[in-house]
Design a protein around this ligand. Structure first.
Ligand code: AMP
Length: 134
């Protein structure tokens, strides 16, 4: 897409600090990192998010994300890794070209994935299950 910042990165029209690429994906450092070595794994073809991306490409992206996560642990000394994806504006997606965040985590870095922590929701789990599988 002509006005997509990540498509422009793929085409080399805007610079990026790439660390890996193959026929399907490119991996580069986030310009506004959450931690030291925060990387983005993106498909070369434009998809908005996980929902419109073919399964084979998604599988490749997650495989490469794992490879990159291992590299971050080995080379940067990360203690742990978050692999995250925001699909849709309300989920926090700001760049509408599919990307997975590979975020190295360091002991004591204090970052919290607050949205994943338990909330005071009193949802009926059986009711939700029925809705999802019906
Ligand atoms: P999201 O909120 O999941 O859409 O995240 C988009 C991410 O892309 C943010 O963390 C930005 O810092 C990152 N980003 C935006 N533009 C660039 C760029 N030109 N190079 C590298 N990272 C970028």
């Amino acid at each position: 897409m002509s006005d997509c910042v990540f498509c422009k990165i793929i085409k080399g029209e805007i610079p990026s600090t790439g660390i890996y690429e193959d026929e399907v994906v490119k991996v580069f450092l986030n310009i506004n990192p959450a931690s030291r070595g925060h990387l983005l794994v993106i498909p070369k073809e434009h998809f908005k998010n996980v929902l419109d991306c073919p399964d084979e490409i998604l599988s490749h992206i997650i495989k490469i994300s794992k490879k990159i996560a291992k590299l971050a642990k080995e080379k940067l000394g990360a203690d742990a890794i978050n692999i995250a994806n925001n699909s849709g504006k309300e989920a926090g997606q700001e760049v509408f070209h599919l990307h997975f965040h590979v975020v190295p985590r360091y002991k004591g870095d204090g970052m919290r994935l607050d949205f994943i922590s338990k909330k005071d929701l009193k949802d009926d789990l059986e009711e939700i299950k029925k809705i999802i599988i019906s």
